[in-house]
Ligand binder design. Structure first.
Ligand SMILES: N[C@@H](CCC(=O)N[C@@H](CS)C(=O)NCC(=O)O)C(=O)O
Length: 216
C-alpha cells in the first residue's frame, strides 16, 4: 500500500532538515518503506482538504490506505510497531524506547521550541534581551539532565531505536544556537544520528525539494 506524507512546498529553513517531515522520512528510510510526498503551501495547509487530515493545519501527515495520521511521534511509532528496525523485541526494552519518544516530544522539545519561537518572533520586543537568557537556561536545564543520563553511551538505551530518532530530531533544532556544543556527548550523539545512512537519505530528499528550481 502506498504511503504518502505531506511536506512544505518550501520549508522556512530552506532545507536544513528542521521541518518535521524529515523525522518521518528518516523513520521510513530506517524501516525500508518507500513513500510518496505531497507538497503543500502554507495556504493549502489551512484549507479544508488538509484540515481533514490534520486538524491543526500543519505538516507532516501520513496516509496509508484508509489510515490518516498526524503528529510525528504517532507516525514514527506507527512505523516502528509495524516494521522491524526501530523498536527492540524485548517488551520492557520496547516500552523504554517508547518512553524516550515521549520524553523527546513532551519534555525536551518544548523548551527548544520556545527558544526557536523567541528568536524568530520576539526579537523586536523590548523585553527580548532580558527573556532570552531565561529561555536558554530552561533548555540547558533539560540538556544537563539528558547529558548526565547519556554519559558516553552511543544511544539512549542500548541499540538505536525510535527513541533516538525522535530525540536526535528534536536536538538538531539547537545546532544554530550553539547550545548543543556546550554538551560534547550530546553533540556527538546528534552527529551519530546524522551519520546514519537512513538519515542521510531523508535529509537529501527534503533538501532536493527545497533547492529545486521554481516551477514554470
Ligand atoms: N507536534 C506536531 C508539530 C507539527 C508542526 O509544528 N509542523 C510545522 C512544520 S515543522 C508546521 O506545519 N508549521 C506550520 C504551521 O503551524 O502553520 C508534530 O510533531 O507533528
Amino acid at each position: 500500500m502506498t504511503i504518502t506524507i505531506t511536506a512544505f512546498e518550501k520549508s522556512p529553513d530552506g532545507g536544513k532538515g528542521l521541518a518535521r517531515d524529515t523525522r518521518v522520512r528518516w523513520a521510513l528510510e530506517e524501516v525500508g518503506q518507500p513513500y510518496a510526498v505531497r507538497l503543500v503551501s502554507f495556504r493549502a495547509m489551512k484549507e479544508p482538504a488538509h484540515l481533514a487530515l490534520h486538524p491543526f493545519g500543519q505538516i507532516p501527515t501520513y496516509e496509508e490506505g484508509d489510515l490518516a495520521l498526524f503528529e510525528t511521534g504517532s507516525i514514527v511509532l506507527h512505523l516502528a510497531e509495524r516494521h522491524a528496525g526501530l523498536l527492540p523485541r524485548d517488551a520492557n526494552a520496547r516500552a523504554r524506547a517508547i518512553t524516550w519518544m515521549f520524553a523527546a516530544v513532551n519534555t525536551v522539545e518544548p523548551p527548544i521550541l520556545d527558544l526557536s519561537a523567541a528568536r524568530v518572533m520576539e526579537r523586536d520586543k523590548p523585553w527580548y534581551e532580558d527573556r532570552l537568557p531565561l529561555v536558554m537556561d530552561r533548555v540547558r536545564a533539560r540538556l544537563d539532565q539528558l547529558s548526565a543520563r547519556m554519559g558516553d553511551a552511543d544511544w539512549l538505551d542500548g541499540a538505536f531505536s525510535a527513541g533516538d530518532l525522535m530525540m536526535v530530531s528534536v536536538l538538531l533544532r539547537l545546532r544554530a544556537s550553539g547550545i548543543l556544543d556546550e554538551y560534547p556527548n550530546l553533540a556527538a550523539y546528534v552527529a551519530r544520528g546524522e551519520a546514519r545512512p537512513a538519515y542521510q537519505r531523508a535529509f537529501e530528499a527534503q533538501l532536493a525539494v527545497n533547492t529545486a528550481p521554481p516551477k514554470g
